[in-house]
Design a protein. Sequence first.
Length: 83
Amino acid sequence: MVTTKRIREKYNETQHKIVHYLQSGMTSGKHYFKSKYIAKDLGLSPKEVGTNMAILAEICKDLDIIRWSYSNSTTWMVTTRAI
C-alpha cells in the first residue's frame, strides 16, 4: 500500500483525497465508483472529481483507473496495479 507521505508528494490535495477515498473503498471490496458519489462524500463538485480522476488515470502508478461508463454520472473502474 502507498504511504501517505508519498501520496502527498505526488498529488495535489484534491487528488490526495480522491486516491485515499478510492483505496478505502477498495478495501471494502468496491471496484466501481461514480463521480457524483465521490463528489458528495468528499465535498467536491462532480466536474472537479471527473477532471482529477482523468489526471489520476494517467499519472497514478498504484491504481488502474479506467473510465468505465456514463449513465447519470461517469463510472470509474479502479483496481490495484500489479507490480
